[in-house]
Design a protein around this ligand. Sequence first.
Ligand code: GTP
Ligand code: MG
Length: 450
Amino acid sequence: MYFERINSTICAQATAKGSTIGIVRISGKDAFKIASKLTKTERFEDRRVCFAKLYDGDKVVEQCIVLPFLSPHSFTGENVIEFQLHGAEGNAEQILEMVIKNGALPALRGEFSFRAVLNSKMTLNQALAVNTLVTSQNPVAIELSRKAAFENKSLKMLETLIPSWDRCYTMLTAIVDFPDQISGNLDFNEVRELIKSTKSALKRLESNSESLSKLVNFTILLLGRPNVGKSSLFNSLVDRDRAIVSEIPGTTRDYISETYITRGFQVRLIDSAGIREAESELEGRGVDKSRSLIDTSDLIVLVFDSSIPLSDEDMWLIRETSMKSRILVKNKADLGDKLGNILNEFSDSVIALSCRTGEGFINLRRNIDEEFSKNLPDANEAVFFSDWQRTLSGKAIAQLDELSLYLESDQVEILQFCVREILNSLKNLAGDFTDQDVFEKIFGGFCLGK
Ligand SMILES: Nc1nc2c(ncn2[C@@H]2O[C@H](COP(=O)(O)OP(=O)(O)OP(=O)(O)O)[C@@H](O)[C@H]2O)c(=O)[nH]1
Ligand SMILES: [Mg+2]
């Protein structure tokens, strides 16, 4: 679809509904012609902002700022016109309609970025980074996408390996096609080194990307037996009375979740139902539910009642969560301290707290921040911005492993085949694309107007 429309002029609103300024963007060979018609202006100068009236026939419908960019000096590399309008509601929609009536097609998702990549205004990874930048709220993703988008830092490491793989492929092709005329042979040690460095570059990219996506779905679970004050703690952390609090044990029947902000990230905080006393229930469905919550959470805040000694249920929870990152909280500190230092045996992170007086909250928040920060990816490292890149990287690693296996054999054709596959995967990762379907799928996930 994107490729078939490449010669048409496209348009879209580049601003979200409700903004006080609306931007309508037109890109393609007829962009200036359409703008001339709507503004009754003969010509626009490249990158010279002007003020113009927009006409629907003889009727003035808008007075706006016009930004003309003559090819190739534009985001897409084509002729681009941007109208800055009053508001991004009905007014901008009507003006967009007028642009469409004059011959432009409504742009598809990411179609401006698609054209920018096709016209070499940016690499595919830069386009993905820009899309992440516009859609992401978390500070690390913003930092990483800025680096990738504007300094093109991200995949440099991989790109520098491509010429070596190219040389390797040329050598193997020469050996296969002209066996009599080639005196040298492939330097296996060099290839081994190349496999090693390529694999390590991919693995680093993968692990950094994984940490980033993990942070976006980071979950903190409040766990403890009934009546220890989990829901009270939950309400204090999210700063509103979201969960019901009462002196009756077993008040929270199921889990509820809310957004909690740590280090500028929105994470999920879960208040769970207390683990009950009855032995039978410890082995029953309630336990299964708690176990699955424990498994899927990234950090557990285990809550105890500081005014009574440790119970069997407390011990059961301590054992069940021993493999997880956790913070142990001695709540109801205002009622006394029957627990003493006993919990310090199980964790370095033990906090005395009172939901009633507010004591200990600063410490708890700080410890949550610290636990969360352990998972932060290095903002100076590169990341993949799409699932497609992660899948491709996994494929490339499998291909590298396959090549390692065949390296000792004399089957040069197979080696040549493996190297060609690796080269293709790396070039695809670097944005050199032949598969139109995949290319279109990637841009189909972008924002409209981008
Ligand atoms: N004195 C004192 N009471 C507290 C504190 N935190 C909670 N409570 C009281 O303890 C009782 C139980 O609190 P909840 O927050 O409902 O406890 P929970 O762990 O969510 O209980 P379940 O949902 O039944 O598992 C309520 O009466 C709270 O007011 C505290 O720090 N000090
Ligand atoms: Mg509760």
